[in-house]
Design a protein around this ligand. Structure first.
Ligand code: A2H
Length: 253
C-alpha cells in the first residue's frame, strides 16, 4: 500500500430487480451497487459482481434521486468528496448484509452480458474501497479463482443458495492481450501456478505479481472501442467516458 490516497473508479451497477430485503427500496429511485476498481478498462470482461456474505453494507441516498449500495465507511468518504447530497452525513435508507445482495441481477457498463449476478467472494476486505467488487476473471486471478470455486464446488453454491444458472456455464471473456500471457492472462497464471481456490493467498499474490504490471504496461486492448490500443492509453479514456455518461464516478481514500 502506498502512502498517498488511492483513487478508485466506482462502477455503477444497476439492480434490475429489488429482491428480498432490497424490496424495501422500491420507489426510492434507481439502486446501484458501487464497485470500486483500479482497472476501469477491464469492464468489457465483467462476468459477475462480488459481495462479502457476512459483510455490513447500506443503501444510501445518492445524487439525483439515485440510491448507492456500499459500506458505511465508503459512503462517509464519498459524502466528503461531494458525491452525496449532504457532506459528512450520508443518509442511510436501509441496512444490508452481503447475503441480501447475492443473486441480485445487475446491469453493468461495457460487459456483453445483459445481466450479471452478485456472487460471494470470501476474501473481500470491508475496510477497502466500497466492499463491492466487480469480477473480471480474464485479468484478475482473485476473480478467476473465486469463480472456479463456485463452478466446481456445488456445496459452496448450496451454502450461499447460489442458483446454477447464475454461475453456469461460466465463460471468461478475453479483453486484453498480454505478450507471453495470451488473452486470458489470469486463467493462464492460475493454471500455471496450480491455484486451487480463492484462499490460496500466497500463490494468488504471486499470480497477481506476474500479470498486473505487465497487463498495464504491455497489454493491448482486444475488446471495446479502444481495441488495438495499449491498456496504458485506453485506461483513462475509458474511465473518462464512463464518468461523463454517468456510469461511474471517482472515489479516493
Ligand atoms: B480490481 P488495492 Cl481486472 N477487497 O478491479 C478485496 N479486493 C478489492 C476490494 C476489497 N474491498 N475492493 C476492490 N478490490 C479489488 C478489477 C481488477 C482489479 C482487475 C485487475 C486487477 C485489479 C476486477 N476485479 O486490481 O488493494 C478490485 O479489483 C489490482 C490490484 O486497492 C480493485 O481493482 O490495490 C483492486 O482489488 C483494488 O486493490
Amino acid at each position: 500500500e502506498g502512502v498517498g490516497p488511492q483513487e478508485y473508479t466506482l462502477i455503477k451497477m444497476r439492480a434490475l430487480e429489488l429482491k428480498g430485503k432490497l424490496a424495501a427500496l422500491q420507489g426510492q429511485g434507481p439502486v446501484y451497487l458501487m464497485a470500486a476498481t483500479l482497472r476501469p478498462e477491464t469492464m468489457y470482461g465483467q462476468t459477475n459482481c462480488w459481495a462479502l456474505p457476512d459483510g455490513d453494507y447500506g443503501a444510501f441516498q445518492g445524487l439525483g434521486g439515485e440510491v448507492y449500495v456500499m459500506t458505511d465507511r465508503s459512503a462517509l468518504n464519498l459524502s466528503y468528496q461531494d458525491r452525496m447530497p449532504e457532506t459528512g452525513r450520508p443518509h442511510k435508507l436501509l441496512e444490508l448484509k452481503g447475503s441480501d445482495l447475492l443473486g441480485v441481477p445487475l446491469k453493468s457498463p461495457c460487459t456483453p452480458h445483459d445481466r450479471i449476478y452478485v456472487l460471494p467472494l470470501l476474501t473481500i476486505l470491508m475496510n477497502k474501497g466500497t466492499g463491492i467488487v466487480t469480477s473480471v476473471p480474464s485479468d484478475a486471478p482473485d476473480d478467476y479463482a473465486a469463480l472456479m470455486d463456485l463452478v466446481n464446488k456445488p456445496k459452496l453454491r448450496e451454502k450461499y443458495a447460489i442458483h446454477d444458472d447464475w454461475v453456469l456455464p461460466y465463460e471468461v471473456i478475453p479483453i486484453i492481450d498480454i505478450p507471453g500471457f495470451g488473452t486470458t492472462a489470469a486463467v493462464k497464471v492460475c493454471l500455471d501456478l496450480k491455484i486451487q481456490s480463492q484462499n490460496d493467498t500466497k500463490k494468488l499474490a504471486e499470480a497477481k505479481q506476474l500479470v498486473y504490471l505487465k497487463g498495464f504496461t504491455d497489454g493491448i486492448m482486444i475488446a471495446g472501442q479502444y481495441a488495438g490500443k495499449k491498456v496504458s492509453e485506453a485506461k483513462s479514456q475509458i474511465r473518462n467516458e464512463l464518468i461523463s455518461s454517468g456510469e461511474a464516478m471517482i472515489y479516493s481514500e
